[in-house]
Design a protein around this ligand. Structure first.
Ligand SMILES: [Zn+2]
Length: 317
């Protein structure tokens, strides 16, 4: 009997989307993490409404001598917003199937036909499987989610949560998903037809994550999501995320780019400081007030933090 399994895709023409671990400092020793020389921890071709993408994710590694996490790889989480772990169909397709089934009362055969018309190659059995995945995600019932969060809390002293909204074509709402970044676990998801901080806050309060200590949260600039995360986890540090991935780069270019960045940083450290301008002196005193060391970080710091955590959050996500 032929082995049945999920379709493995391979398309050399597919655009590459490369993700690096969002965490840039080791949560244990606070030292910088490195991605140079690391093999990809996830590499797959994903079918989405926007076409096929080759999605590659790189971890960062703690190489500090003496750190108990020396040699430990911290994985990227941004690629989960393209496709859930182990899936070769995009999250946008999973969301579409859920919306069509529950809101539009469509049968799997009809959904399959609509997807095929949109250029998605899928059979009815896969539509059914992805619908069950969608249900698990919305009910917060992703495989072993509670165990994974408990293990992460035990290992790192808490969770790092990241959340984002997705608005697939053909759906009347935005699907918000919250992930735990250290373990790469999808925690929960919810549809919102009107973005609203009250509803987002109510949803976050119902997720499994509220039963654990949360060290930090990450999201884009969306105000309702920001308010929700800060309301539910007021003690956690929050990091605004910028671009999620490096698009189109090949792996050798990615490695060279990382090495160039590190080499430039090392060289720049050796340069003498430029003379201070009058405005900069004011900026520096303001930085001291808010406990920052880089001028560009002033805007990202919403409030002075009197008790800085040893956890350094990523500067990009
Ligand atoms: Zn470390």
């Amino acid at each position: 009997m032929a082995k049945r399994g999920r379709p493995k895709r391979s398309n050399p023409q597919a655009e590459r989307k490369i993700f690096k671990a969002e965490l840039e400092a080791c949560p244990t020793c606070n030292g910088g993490l490195t991605s140079v020389g690391n093999a990809a921890h996830s590499k797959k071709t994903v079918q989405t409404f926007e076409g096929e993408f080759h999605v590659v994710a790189y971890s960062r590694l703690c190489d500090k001598v003496g750190c108990e996490k020396n040699g430990h790889h911290y994985h990227a989480v941004g690629h989960l917003q393209i496709a859930l772990p182990g899936e070769s169909y995009g999250l946008d397709i999973v969301a579409y199937i859920g919306w069509q089934r529950e809101r539009e009362q469509q049968r799997f055969a009809e959904i399959k036909k609509k997807l095929n018309q949109k250029g998605v190659s899928i059979n009815e059995r896969s539509v059914g499987r992805l619908y069950r995945l969608y249900q698990a995600l919305l009910k917060g019932g992703w495989k072993k989610v509670r165990n994974r969060l408990a293990q992460t809390e035990q290992e790192y002293g808490g969770l790092i949560l990241t959340s984002d909204g997705l608005k697939p074509d053909g759906c009347g709402g935005t699907l918000y998903v919250v992930y735990e970044a250290l373990s790469g676990t999808p925690v929960s998801a919810m549809w919102l037809e009107v973005c609203d901080a009250v509803r987002i806050t109510a949803w976050l309060r119902q997720t499994e994550a509220v039963n654990f200590k949360v060290l930090a949260t990450m999201s884009d600039h969306e105000e309702a999501l920001l308010i929700g995360l800060k309301t539910v986890w007021p003690e956690a540090k929050h990091q605004l995320c910028q671009e999620h991935y490096i698009s189109g780069l090949s792996e050798p270019v990615h490695q060279a780019d990382t090495q160039l960045q590190q080499s430039l940083q090392t060289q720049l450290r050796g340069l003498p400081k430029p003379p201070k301008m009058r405005g900069e002196q004011k900026d520096e005193s303001r930085m001291r007030e808010v406990g920052q060391s880089q001028p560009g970080q002033i805007e990202a710091q919403e409030q002075p933090d009197p008790t800085p955590s040893p956890l350094l959050l990523p500067t990009s996500f």
